[in-house]
Design a protein around this ligand. Structure first.
Ligand SMILES: [Zn+2]
Length: 325
């Protein structure tokens, strides 16, 4: 009898947790102490999204689970968040997706957008592309929660990137002129884990102030992060192509920064072949923790830690050398 009661009690508690928290925190093996070890919480988020949930194709039930997880994490962190639903049609069928948006007020109401897409393709687990970026986004949001930052920060987990930058396009298209004027930059994170080298990119000239500031921090913190060497004239040194969620913001005249791991010195010199040993890992069955850790032991941890440190410092000290606005 005693046993029976306790089981019903557990079931009841579980139902309550499920009702209150949705797909959120109860199965995440996070410890608050991990937050202070750069990259450690990012790793837990990455693993949860890629394994407890799995591949997250735009419009799928798994993409919704990831959306709920991210919103649940913003709630746990204590940040207000909203879900921005959108839909798009392709070849006669309509797909529904959403962006998860959280706001952190800063000393100035001028804002920086920090984004990473949470959807994936159907093969592999979408670990590198892009549970890694979402992991760093959530970790940095938690680290900065109670730290004053010069600018307000809009954290956005974008849906449906892989089907044509749908979430970031929708968000950008719905910004008012006042929003656009109020936004000093957009920092995108996409595929941080597996590439041979860690990079930060930005626009050409003054529009590259986020990259330039990031490279100052890299020097000070002795991080192993560089920028596109510019071996390919189509992608000048320091910049990158318009293939991820930063692109719609460039279209609005908002300067971008972009964190990524790949290798610009191999293949077609277009940043597409991420590794010397295995070429591109994104969008393949190799985009799993098992593969990356057996082929590149310690790489995921090093990358998440470096990018987390870099983004945190960048958001804390963005105004120190900014020449824009
Ligand atoms: Zn991606």
């Amino acid at each position: 009898m005693k046993k029976k009661i306790s089981i019903s009690f557990i079931v009841l508690m579980f139902s309550l947790l499920t009702i209150v928290g949705g797909a959120s925190a109860q199965t995440v093996s996070y410890k608050p102490s991990l937050v202070h070890k750069n990259g450690a919480m990012a790793y837990e988020h990455m693993k949860y999204i890629a394994y407890e949930i799995g591949p997250r194709v735009a419009g799928s039930a798994n993409e919704r689970k990831a959306e709920q997880y991210i919103q649940g994490q913003f709630e746990r962190i204590g940040m207000e968040s909203t879900v921005q639903d959108f839909s798009y049609s392709r070849r006669g069928s309509t797909t529904k997706s959403s962006n998860v948006i959280a706001y952190k007020p800063g000393k100035s109401s001028k804002q920086i957008i920090v984004g990473a897409h949470y959807d994936s393709v159907s093969v592999g687990r979408g670990v590198d592309d892009n549970a890694s970026g979402v992991g760093v986004l959530l970790e940095v949001a938690e680290v900065l929660k109670n730290i004053p930052t010069p600018y307000s920060i809009v954290f956005i987990a974008f849906g449906a990137e892989e089907t044509g930058l749908r979430g970031s396009n929708f968000y950008a298209a719905n910004m008012t002129q006042a929003d656009i004027k109020n936004t000093i930059g957009m920092i995108n994170m996409d595929s941080l884990a597996v590439g041979d080298k860690m990079y930060v990119y930005g626009g050409a000239g003054e529009a590259g102030f986020i990259r330039d500031q990031a490279l100052e921090i890299v020097k000070k913190k002795k991080l192993n992060v560089g920028t596109n060497p510019g071996l390919n004239p189509e992608y000048p040194a320091g910049t990158t192509g318009d293939w991820s969620d930063h692109a719609p913001f460039i279209g609005l005249g908002i300067p971008y920064g972009y964190l990524e791991s790949t290798n610009w010195e191999i293949g077609e010199l277009d940043g597409y072949d991420q590794t010397v040993k295995h070429g591109g890992v994104w969008h393949t069955g190799n985009d799993t923790i098992e593969f990356i850790e057996s082929e590149y032991p310690g790489r995921i941890q090093e990358h998440l830690s470096s990018f987390s440190t870099l983004l945190t410092e960048l958001l804390k000290f963005m105004n120190k050398t900014s020449t824009s606005k």
